[in-house]
Design a protein around this ligand. Structure first.
Ligand code: FE2
Length: 129
């Protein structure tokens, strides 16, 4: 966890930062070998949390009339399509390597997305609310 989260990822919007940290935490424990018996539950929980987080972020964007709302929403939708497809593949095969790939997808996508798009929104949000 310490290796994944670092202060450069902060958007300084408390709710968003808390949810991002929780997403990293969940993606990280997916690959914890002690937890292998519960992978299906963990993936379900992670998927639901991702949706909750995107919805909360998009709600803040709508409320603050963020001009890039539609574009940002599209990034979320595209991520979810990839995430769902990989989950489908894991359900079909039970291949643990797909779980590692899902964990990496969440961590890498989120990190890149936060650094550019969430930070851009957070700056707008802090100035306009
Ligand atoms: Fe986002």
């Amino acid at each position: 966890m310490a290796s994944i989260w670092n202060p450069t990822l902060e958007t300084h919007v408390a709710k968003i930062d808390e949810q991002h940290q929780e997403l990293f935490r969940q993606a990280d424990i997916l690959v914890d070998p002690d937890k292998h018996g519960r992978i299906t539950d963990m993936l379900k929980f992670l998927g639901e949390y991702v949706i909750l987080h995107f919805r909360d972020e998009q709600n803040l964007q709508e409320k603050s009339k963020y001009p890039k709302y539609e574009t940002h929403k599209k990034f979320h939708t595209e991520f979810l399509a990839t995430f769902r497809e990989m989950n489908r593949q894991y359900s079909a095969t039970g291949d643990k390597e797909i779980v590692t790939a899902i964990s990496n997808l969440v961590i890498n996508w989120l990190r890149d997305h936060i650094m550019v798009h969430d930070k851009e929104f957070a700056e707008y949000y802090r100035k306009n609310t």
